[in-house]
Design a protein around this ligand. Sequence first.
Ligand code: AMP
Ligand code: MG
Length: 290
Amino acid sequence: MTGKHFIEDFRVPPGQRVRLTNFDPAFKGKHSKTHALRKTQELCVTMGELQQNFFAERKRSLLVCLQALDAGGKDGVVKHVIGSMNPDGCDVANFKEPTPEELAHDFLWRVEAKTPKRGEIAIFNRSHYEDVLVVRVHNLVPKEVWSKRYDQINDFERRLAANGTHILKFFLHISKEAQLKRFEQRLDDPAKRWKISESDYTEREYWDDYVQAYEDALANCNTEDAPWFVIPADHKWFRDLAISEIIVAALQSMNIQVPKPTVNIEDIRRKYHSAAKEGKQGRRKRRARS
Ligand code: AMP
Ligand code: MG
């Protein structure tokens, strides 16, 4: 199975209305957990190698947006998939409730500041999409404001793409039951209790509103330059397999070119290394004679 497989299977068809009920959050195909974990590990090694070349090439950048409802697995993807890359060329940005400073600017200001430099990969843990999701669900701005943001997002992403930023957007799709189970696991695990907030539970009352808001974001902002993928995320191991395959396939499709050396390698070898080698051998011979 190749990366192409998932990149096609989970890509939201462009120009279409999206119905999330048509996407099974528990999908795992014919994959077994054991095989998937091993395959993900292999893909993560490949991803690390590709990222090294991408960093060396310094021609383009990659932006990965992670969106999900609470407990959807964004942090898990950052840890298990993104963690395989060299932090030197990777930047994870978390977008929480905007600060007064951020609110005093337009909604794209804070995201713009975190877009990746050439050669780098930026991961958005939540993103500018919150401004048409939570903001819409809770009426934080009037409809006439948020409804114009889809076009503004498309313009923003088009501009990034035109300037060499490759964009992948993942919606981690979990079921309402799986979410409740994960909250319960957090209650049971002392190491994870800090993550729980009461709003996690109260937000569940808005589930259908979030689904509606996601369906509109997925349909209105799904371009060739910045595609959406709906990732079945009830099984964490399947989610990680799918995302790592898609990132690897995307990097492979970029035909990354490691830059040619700027010096003549043979000259450098002759000039600095053969002399050092001779010196070492000479010292060894002198030591043996004495
Ligand atoms: P978490 O990612 O679980 O730490 O939570 C971050 C919180 O910030 C979530 O409840 C988001 O809905 C909220 N948030 C992120 N971006 C925005 C935004 N633009 N406006 C309002 N709330 C936001
Ligand atoms: Mg949370």
